[in-house]
Design a protein around this ligand. Structure first.
Ligand SMILES: [Zn+2]
Ligand SMILES: [Zn+2]
Ligand SMILES: [Zn+2]
Ligand SMILES: [Zn+2]
Length: 731
């Protein structure tokens, strides 16, 4: 094959000719394969025409790509190549962002008075959003996203919108379970003459029944279940029964998704159930800074039905669809072309460029980010507490870290745990298997965090993995603690929702597939599934908690627990009306705290996972309305989201997690509209434990995400690199 041998023997074909013959043979085979791969129902003529067309397209595309390359002065990204191809059959996409920018003017909010049936005076910025929302409904999206920071009264602003015209068809509000009662209260208190219906859980109801109300309130779980029963059916007496979803059987006037990031995963059933709702107007409410969560935005844009940004487009014909529909996995149900030929405009234009190239000035990611901004400026309204501080009149908030030390005895226990953990970690480090042992490392870290709270959390933990008589369903397999808000994986292991969420957050390192911490196969778990029903029997046993395993007579407190008692007693002496919230991730720790505080004469109440909305509501009201109840214990797993606890002005964070957004959410429960006193947050940290490192890591991670826009800041915060882990195992 060398040049020499080719020229020496003239009878053989020249290398170039040989090569071209080879190429054309390969080409031929490729064409044959392509023809074979076409949908079965295509005729031979159609197949040949398709091949002919493809050939012509190639020339046009090559020309288009050359032109764009020249224009940009660099190689094209996949997204830019898609642009050139899509222009062939979808000319409307050629300048869709420019069209958007020039055809739709962003709405400038000006104050608008609420309808007199609203029994409350709106704050200036709330009057502005009312105007904005009304205008937005007249525009192309017929709705939008209200993304004010938490605690600025998005519920009230939405109620003002619901009241803004004479009553028509009913509206639907979908919210997390914990927020449902709050919605009901606020509507009943502030919306004169409005009727509400709480549709939650397994109760059955007819569509005609729902239509009698002004507002129907439902949870994401109920929405999803109703849709699932309709689409996939359910088994009853071995028969598959399909049942029409009452929520999907008529057109709502407005549909409002509260905490709309609940549908952030576009492929989950909750998201699909929301997409399938029929409505005149659509709204998303969210307090998280959506503009920094490009990955989560698609679902909301899709819910609003934004055309063309939520559609899939075919590069080989004018096929355009909201659904990724490939029933036989090989051909588009609509046009017969392959999945490869179809492009999600959102992914191609926004998500992939930002994820791959960041937002470096002049790069493809920056261009994508500018496009995103054009869209959000016309679809979303977000104000922050800081911006509207004058309107809100919110008192200041301070965060302090209280540092304590272990007692000599605790120190000894901690050090023996730490030494073992460190030895194990070093083994992984030396053999380069840190990433393969994430689940073990995660559990080592959890043990150390528990030890820093109270030795009993480790020493008296249920030996769930060994004891046969303990029912699997009652214990979280990550913290070995009584399960709360428990969910189950595909491999049938039970975890607290919060524990497994944090676990996944940490393990989802780039290219590393998370495994089940128990059985070590690749884990598959729906984080949005309804909590397990642990049953009355197990429930009774579970309520006993860690206390049943202690000898109450000679029980010892811990340094951290005593630090809390000291803080609370100081408060009580100063002003006995001050109310405090105490947050912890560990249910057993809350058991111990409750036990200790009651002994110290505090009147406390407690919010636990697994409470029904009514139970939660009763507990919250109990805390808010009784002055003698001064301490509220809340499990971080019990979903602190959407609580409004402005009667309290102190927060104690009993154990720190390296993703500070969990803590901010907890603090926002009280630093919100209606708060009259200055808010103080105390983080309790044991100085000579892993907690000190965790707090340092928090600051480091926070500084990092402030500096850059990331695809999912929460995930970035939650992720731990090998370096981070090494840092945690330092002393
Ligand atoms: Zn097609
Ligand atoms: Zn298609
Ligand atoms: Zn747990
Ligand atoms: Zn498992």
């Amino acid at each position: 094959m060398s040049d020499g041998s080719g020229s020496e023997s003239p009878t053989k074909k020249s290398p170039a000719a040989k090569k071209s013959a080879k190429v054309s043979r390969a080409e031929k085979r490729k064409i044959e394969r392509e023809i074979q791969n076409m949908p079965d129902h295509w005729t031979q003529e159609e197949r040949e025409a398709e091949i002919e067309r493809t050939k012509k397209e190639k020339e046009v595309v090559a020309k288009g790509e050359r032109k764009l390359r020249k224009q940009l002065g660099r190689k094209l990204t996949q997204g830019e190549k898609n642009q050139v191809r899509l222009a062939l059959y979808h000319p409307e996409l050629v300048d869709c962002w420019g069209d958007l920018e020039s055809n739709i003017e962003p709405i400038k909010p000006v104050p608008m008075e609420a309808h007199p049936s609203l029994k409350l005076t709106l704050l200036p910025f709330q009057k502005e959003s009312l105007f904005w929302m009304k205008k937005q409904e007249e525009g192309v999206w017929r709705g939008g996203m209200l993304a004010d920071e938490m605690g600025m009264g998005k519920t009230i602003q939405t109620i003002a919108l619901l009241l803004s015209e004479p009553r028509r068809k009913p509206s639907l509000v979908v919210a997390p379970v914990v927020a449902l009662m709050q919605w009901k209260h606020e509507i009943e208190t502030h919306a004169e003459g409005f009727t509400t219906c709480l549709y939650h859980g397994s109760q059955r109801v007819k569509a005609s029944e729902l239509q009698k109300y002004d507002v129907v309130l439902t949870s994401y779980g109920t929405l999803e279940a109703a849709f699932r029963r309709q689409q996939r059916g359910f088994k009853k007496n071995n028969l598959l029964i399909k049942e029409k979803s009452p929520l999907h059987s008529f057109k709502w006037f407005r549909v409002v998704l509260d905490e709309a990031h609940n549908i952030k995963e576009r492929t989950t059933n909750a998201a699909k159930a929301a997409f399938a709702l029929d409505a005149e107007y659509r709204w998303c409410l969210s307090g998280t800074p959506l503009q920094n969560r490009v990955g989560e935005l698609y679902s909301l844009v899709r819910f609003l039905g934004a055309d063309p940004f939520s559609y899939y487009f075919c590069k080989k014909c004018d096929c355009k669809s909201l659904h990724w529909a490939f029933a036989n996995r090989r051909h588009c149900d609509q046009c017969g072309h392959t999945p490869m030929a179809h492009v999600s405009l959102w992914n191609s234009e926004i998500l992939t460029p930002i994820a791959r190239y960041g937002i470096e000035e002049g790069g493809p990611g920056k261009t994508a980010f500018k496009k995103l901004k054009i869209l959000l400026d016309r679809m979303m309204l977000r104000r922050t507490k800081l911006e509207r501080a004058d309107d809100l009149g919110l008192p200041p908030r301070t965060i302090v870290v209280r540092r304590d030390f272990f007692s000599p005895q605790e120190k000894e226990l901690y050090m023996s745990l730490f030494t073992n953990a460190k030895r194990q970690f070093d083994t992984y480090l030396d053999s380069g298997t840190v990433l393969n042992n994430y689940s073990n490392i995660f559990s080592l870290i959890t043990r150390m965090r528990q030890m820093a709270c109270h030795p009993d959390l480790v020493l008296r933990a249920k030996k769930s993995a060994l004891a046969v008589d303990v029912a699997e369903g009652t214990v979280c397999r990550i913290c070995n603690d009584t399960a709360e808000d428990a969910i189950v994986s595909a491999c049938k292991h039970v975890f607290d929702r919060e524990c497994i969420r944090q676990y996944l957050e940490v393990t989802q390192l780039r290219g590393h597939r998370p495994e089940c911490p128990v059985c070590h196969i690749e884990i598959s778990i729906d984080l949005e599934q309804e909590a397990m029903d642990l049953g009355e029997e197990t429930g009774k046993r579970a309520n006993q908690g860690i206390l049943s395993r202690l000898n109450v007579e000679n029980w010892r407190s811990s340094s951290k627990l005593e630090a809390l008692v000291e803080e609370l007693e100081k408060l009580r002496r100063k002003d006995c009306t001050t109310k405090s919230l105490v947050f912890s991730q560990f249910v057993s720790f809350l058991d111990l705290i409750a036990f200790r505080l009651q002994r110290a004469g505090f009147n406390i109440c407690r919010l636990e996972g697994g409470m029904t909305p009514q139970q939660r509501d009763a507990t919250i009201q109990h805390f808010m309305k009784n002055t003698q109840v001064t301490v509220f214990l809340i499990s971080l797993k019990a979903g602190g989201v959407a609580l409004n606890l402005t009667e309290a002005s102190m927060v104690f964070m009993m154990d720190s997690w390296w993703n500070p957004s969990v803590e901010y959410q907890a603090m926002d429960r009280i630093h919100r509209l209606g708060q009259k006193r200055p808010v103080k947050v105390v983080k309790l940290v044991v100085e000579d434990s892993i907690e000190d490192q965790i707090v340092q890591l928090q600051h480091k991670k926070l500084a990092m995400t402030d500096a850059a826009l990331s695809r999912d800041p929460d995930a970035a915060l939650g992720k731990l690199t090998v370096e981070d882990l090494g840092f945690l195992f330092k002393l």
